[in-house]
Design a protein around this ligand. Structure first.
Ligand SMILES: [Fe+2]
Length: 423
């Protein structure tokens, strides 16, 4: 992760504190915070918008989450989106169309670094991304809710927001809109039970000015309309990835090493006698796999270190990568000053060893990586966790640290991007 201050969340929410935000607003209710035009002047602007869409828009390696969309009213009078190319943005804006760039951080390093630090400061295992909305005067979006946490950051121009303070649905699976006849329709066109048409007369109303933020939990109804000038706003989206989406791939990673989990359910031919019964080989196959899964889950539930690793790995990584250095480049001299690359207490997980005095292993996290170290490196890891900056020769005086091992570990951590040498 590139340099951040470690205080991005506090800056974003100021004067509301991160503690107050988590206790009163996160997942619970909308929050509007009035700011000043300077508050986000360095975060992003229109010039960076143009650069970002050119940068990522013509890059074949841009992530699938990146995309530019223009919203226009279809024949039913509803806003619909089409994907456009970077060189169509100017034309879209002159024809009174809102342009939305999804995952604009893919084309702007400053934004992707900011998003990575917010993810880290909230300890979120799911991705945080910036989408960006450029709306001509008077344009915006009709009443809908999103299935994710959204924090709107108004950068320039003004936009009138109307929204429900409380979510209409708890962690909805999909976005939903209110159709012109007042019916609620989910984004996959399926009808939604238990979500009534919102009473828009009860909506809160606020004119967002440059420097303001508006946080909306998943499922909060909202609509927005730009004022007399065109409006540029970021939307910081915390994707709502349910816990199964974190656990599922982990189980798959372990299980697909076994041929039984890569193979097909046994093929069987249909016979009249078998119409009402499961073929024995199919029954045997499925019940064996379910038993293995139960056994694996039982082991995992009893293994605290493994559970912590699962959470640490997902909450300390972001799509923004730090370039690891080839090991041969790293050489350390006693006078070298080393610095930790991240402004956080160094996260680590200890795997105990029931039979030995020292733990079996220590895992350290940061810079999008998990580094596995031998258990007797724990005194060194503890010492590193307390420091942001130190000289190589200082390590000798740290209690319980073996010097030769320490040098190898420090080099490894430089290589993996968790430490850097100060030049
Ligand atoms: Fe929205």
């Amino acid at each position: 992760m590139l340099a951040g201050t470690g205080h991005e969340l506090a800056q974003l929410l100021h004067p509301v504190t991160p503690e107050e935000f988590l206790a009163k607003y996160w997942e619970k209710q909308a929050l509007h915070v009035r700011g000043t035009p300077e508050k986000f002047a360095r975060l992003f602007d229109r010039k960076r918008f143009d650069q970002a869409i050119l940068h990522a828009g013509f890059d074949k390696r841009a992530p699938a989450s990146f995309g530019i969309h223009a919203f226009w009213r279809n024949r039913h009078g509803l806003y619909a989106a089409i994907e456009i190319a970077p060189d169509q943005v100017r034309e879209a804006l002159t024809s009174r169309t809102t342009v939305c760039v999804n995952d604009i951080g893919a084309g702007d390093e400053g934004l992707s670094v900011f998003a990575a630090h917010i993810k880290r400061q909230l300890g979120l295992p799911s991705p945080v991304r910036f989408n960006c909305y450029l709306s001509p005067p008077g344009e915006g979006l009709d009443t809908h809710y999103d299935a994710r946490h959204a924090t709107v950051i108004q950068l320039s121009g003004r936009k009138l927001w109307r929204y429900s303070r409380l979510p209409a649905a708890a962690y909805p699976l999909r976005n939903a809109i209110v159709e012109q006849d007042g019916r609620v329709r989910q984004s996959d066109n399926k009808p939604i039970k238990d979500v009534p048409t919102p009473d828009e007369s009860q909506f809160e109303e606020v004119m967002l000015e440059p420097g303001d933020i508006l946080y909306l939990p998943p499922g909060c109804w909202h609509n927005a309309k730009a004022g007399d000038d065109s409006s540029l706003a970021l939307n910081m989206a915390c994707e709502t990835v349910g816990f199964f989406s974190i656990l599922g791939p982990e189980l798959e990673r372990v299980l697909q090493n076994r041929v039984e989990w890569r193979s097909l359910v046994p093929a069987t031919l249909a016979t009249p006698a078998g119409a009402g019964a499961m073929p024995p080989e199919v029954k045997e196959f499925i019940s064996s796999r379910v038993s293995e899964l139960r056994e694996l889950l039982g082991k995992l539930a009893a293994d605290e270190a493994e559970l912590e690793r699962l959470w640490r790995r997902s909450s300390t990584s972001s799509p923004h990568f730090t370039q690891a250095r080839p090991a041969s480049e790293v050489s350390l001299k006693p006078g070298d000053v080393l610095q930790r690359t991240e402004p956080y207490p160094l996260p680590f997980v200890v795997r105990p060893d029931a039979k030995a005095d020292a733990p079996a292993a220590v895992y350290v996290y940061g810079a999008n990586t998990e580094v596995a170290l031998p258990g007797d490196a724990l005194p060194l890891v503890r010492a590193l966790a307390e420091r942001q900056r130190f000289t190589v020769s200082e390590v000798e005086s740290w209690p319980g640290v073996r010097l030769e091992q320490a040098h190898d570990v420090l080099k490894l951590l430089v290589t993996r991007g968790l430490l850097r040498t100060e030049s």
